[in-house]
Design a protein around this ligand. Structure first.
Ligand SMILES: *Cc1c(COP(=O)(O)O)cnc(C)c1O
Length: 397
């Protein structure tokens, strides 16, 4: 059967191949250290799980309002107000099946042929794909490690055309762990406002921040910025709830309404039981969030130090999220078992074969000089994995 041009353009994730290889090795009984995961290793907090059980027992198991129940929207509104002083109406909130789905819906209702959307690189893998699927054109703005992976304003201005419709921000960032302070955000927002851009701000890691840093949603920078910003967040990362599939968008009523219409013709409501659990996540005690973030920080401090001690590794100090993103380009041109390492995928294969460690090649995120190491795993595994990497790279000549 001939597939649609749309489906033909869809790119399968290159990480799937490496994940499959890691799985195959594991099935053979080989002990692989997994640094690939894009999700917290902690269990979902007990109080949240209890609310889901209660929802099932009480029969809250039917269709709900398409964009989420009012009680959940109120819990989201409460969280945004308490954390950041942001004020939204229920008509400005929609809940989807995970933040990835929220972003997908956004792309579908906003972009079409001729629309250009600026994405800072390194980027989360789904942004370019979702924009392309909608018919829009992703415009990549490279950021440099030396500048802390931050957008260079002159570069940004040069990329703007009359077709530019939106700018995507993701901070703290997956994969780099870089984030923005208020002043930096204000400068970026000024450029966006002067050019009439919409800002899509993916703040899914807002609660996982280190070194005493605080998160500033770009929407807090003034009424005009708030009007032109769609804030995206969810429960997956902060509350260790990746499998529950709850994400949300907050912003312009017109856009939110269109997302509801789209969702009404596709998935309908997010899972009723998960919605009840998410209410507890947003409204209940927040100490577990802090505890998990502290633990991630402890691991970050350890792994970044260790990685930087490995000769020819250079690892940026992440300010948030749970990934280390070391530069491994110094190894390009070196060999093992007669094979030459030419890029991040080769290096990833080398680590899997020689160190029995699974990571994700940076090429997936738009940067072939890096690999992504998730430290959402136990300290014991982190130590074991880094020991193995350290030993394996000694073989590279
Ligand atoms: C994990 C992640 C998401 C999506 O999370 P959901 O599980 O779909 O809520 C969105 N953006 C980034 C940058 C992520 O890392």
């Amino acid at each position: 059967m001939k597939l649609s041009a749309r489906a033909d353009k869809l790119r399968p994730s290159a990480t799937l191949a490496i994940t499959a290889k890691a799985k195959a090795l594991k099935a053979e009984g080989i002990d692989i250290v997994g640094f690939g995961a894009g999700e917290p290793d902690f269990d979902t907090p007990e109080n949240i799980k209890e609310e889901a059980v209660r929802a099932i027992k009480e029969g809250f198991t039917k269709y709900t309002a398409v964009g989420g129940i009012d009680e959940l929207k109120n819990a989201i509104i409460h969280r945004l107000k308490e954390d950041y002083g942001l004020k939204y109406e229920k008509s400005e909130i929609t809940v989807s099946c995970g933040a990835k789905h929220t972003l997908y819906n956004l792309s579908q209702v906003l972009f079409e042929e001729e629309d250009e959307v600026i994405i800072p690189s390194p980027y989360w893998v789904s942004y370019p794909e979702q924009i392309t699927l909608a018919g829009g054109t992703p415009i990549i703005i490279e950021t440099e490690e030396e500048n802390g992976f931050k957008i260079d304003l002159d570069k940004l201005k040069k990329l703007l055309t009359p077709k530019t419709k939106a700018l995507i921000l993701n901070y703290p960032s997956n994969p780099t762990g870089a984030t923005y302070g208020e002043d930096e955000l204000r400068e970026i927002a000024n450029v966006a406002m002067n050019s009439g851009l919409l800002i899509i701000s993916d703040e899914i890691y807002d609660k996982i921040l280190y070194d005493g840093l605080t998160h500033t949603p770009v929407a807090t920078l003034g009424e005009d910025v708030k009007k032109s910003t769609i804030l995206v967040n969810g429960v997956s990362k902060s509350y260790s709830m990746t499998g529950w599939r709850i994400g949300f968008a907050a912003g312009d009523k017109g856009i939110i309404g269109a997302m509801n219409n789209l969702q009404g013709q596709s998935t309908s409501n997010p899972v009723s039981i998960s919605q009840k659990a998410a209410i507890e996540a947003f409204q209940g005690p927040q100490d577990e969030v802090k505890r998990m973030s502290k633990e991630f920080e402890r691991r970050k401090n350890y792994i970044v130090k260790r990685l930087n001690e490995i000769p020819d590794f250079r690892c940026f100090n992440p300010q948030g999220a749970f990934y280390a993103f070391p530069n491994i380009s110094k190894f390009f041109g070196r060999k093992y078992n007669g094979k030459e390492i030419r890029n991040s995928l080769d290096f990833t294969e080398f680590l899997l074969e020689e160190a029995k460690v699974a990571v994700v090649p940076g090429a997936e995120f738009g940067s072939d000089n890096h690999i992504r190491i998730s430290y959402a795993t136990s300290m014991e595994e982190i130590k074991k994995g880094v020991d193995r990497i350290e030993k394996a790279v000694e073989k590279l000549k």
